[in-house]
Design a protein around this ligand. Structure first.
Ligand code: SF4
Length: 370
């Protein structure tokens, strides 16, 4: 498996919880960005060569903030420069309020076959607190419009543990998800990232963080409901109907090679080398064609940590045969306490975090790391 990620760093406005790099700069900057992106892809085309790509992912930021003409141009350039497999998974992230008939009509002329939508919650008061630009009704309409246009491979994003959100409100969000019956769901616990509006509101005592017990109850409810919907819990925060896992994100968790283009985008050679671009749009625009800027070669310990952090995220687990004999011994020694508690299992040489351990998986993985 091999894929391409393209970062589209534009957002119409900033959401209160988000610390991703994105900018609310003008249309003029979008043109400059596209020009720089094209230069970068042409300059680095040789890195991909004739590799047949399994996935292409347009993430952000908000890719749906590109005008239909820009989006089509971008995808024409990508498909002109790189070899995509006939059955490649091609995903675009979208915000519900950008899903217009014209946008969908444009997509039909591109290889996009999967849409990932940031819904976050179906509670209008919470959407407003999060500074999202859409309403619950718009999210529902956007999903219906995608389906009517022929896009059934849809993924929705939710956030739980929102300020003032109780278990009943979270159940109501999951009811809406069940009604929509989309094949993929990503659900994340709210994080208060430094520098965000929500972080400042919490520091000022204007919003209260959900306590751990409530977050755990919400997570358990999420897992039970997703399972009842026939979804497999294939990664800490990701659920999918059979055959509908995100192939692109799954390749990250299997250390497969990918090339990232655009500001802040990362690339990985599938072995030891990671590279990344400058995250600032202006610097990227000035430098494109002369990127990536950052590079690191993972040493043995870092490679081991990477395997622990990525493989144990998924239900496929960590095959111990991927580890050196010394790391295997170390890993099993550190995992012992979790194996005894039942939070981990070891079966046929594959170490896994069980459902009961997923809520504390960060702690487990950090115990196993070098
Ligand atoms: S959550 Fe998405 S739409 Fe909102 S600011 Fe962050 S990247 Fe932009």
């Amino acid at each position: 498996m091999a894929g391409i990620y393209i970062h589209v760093p534009f957002c119409q406005s900033r959401c209160a919880y988000c610390d991703f790099y994105s900018t609310t700069l003008s249309e003029e900057w979008k043109s400059q960005y596209l020009y720089a992106l094209e230069r970068e892809m042409r300059a680095r085309r040789h890195e991909v060569g004739n590799v047949q790509l399994d996935t292409l992912y347009l993430g952000g930021g908000t890719p749906s903030q590109l005008s239909p003409v820009m989006l089509r141009r971008l995808l024409d350039v990508v498909t002109g420069l790189f070899c995509m497999k006939a059955d490649a998974e091609v995903t675009v992230e979208a915000n519900p309020d950008d899903v217009t008939p014209l946008w969908l009509e444009t997509l039909l002329h591109t290889p996009v076959n999967r849409i990932s939508m940031g819904v976050q919650t179906f509670d209008d008061a919470l959407l407003s607190l999060l500074r999202r630009r859409h309403t619950a009704a718009q999210a529902k309409e956007a999903v219906e419009a995608c389906r009517e246009a022929g896009y059934t491979n849809l993924s929705l994003d939710l956030i739980y543990g929102l300020p003032g959100q109780d278990l009943e409100m979270w159940r109501a969000d999951l009811d809406r998800i069940e009604e929509m019956n989309t094949p993929h769901l990503s659900a994340y616990a709210l994080q208060y990232e430094q520098g965000t509006e929500l972080f400042r509101l919490r520091e000022a005592g204007k919003v209260e963080e959900a306590d751990e017990e409530l977050s755990l109850q919400m997570y358990e409810e999420l897992c039970q409901r997703a399972s009842a919907m026939g979804m497999e819990h294939y990664e800490i925060s990701n659920f999918a109907l059979p055959g509908k896992r995100s192939r692109h994100n799954s390749s990250y968790w299997k250390q497969e090679p990918y090339w990232g283009f655009g500001p802040g985008a990362h690339s990985y050679d599938g072995a030891r080398c990671r590279r990344w671009n400058d995250a600032q749009l202006k610097a990227y625009v000035n430098a494109a064609g002369d990127v990536p800027h950052g590079k690191e070669i993972l040493n043995d310990d870092e490679l081991y940590d990477e395997l622990v952090m990525t493989r144990l995220r998924t239900c496929d687990g960590l095959p111990l045969e991927l580890l050196s004999p010394e790391n295997r011994r170390y890993c099993l020694r550190m995992a012992e306490v979790h194996l005894k508690s039942g939070k981990m299992t070891l079966e046929n040489g594959i170490l896994r975090i069980e459902e009961s351990g997923i809520f504390v998986s960060d702690d487990i993985m950090s115990d196993l790391m070098r």
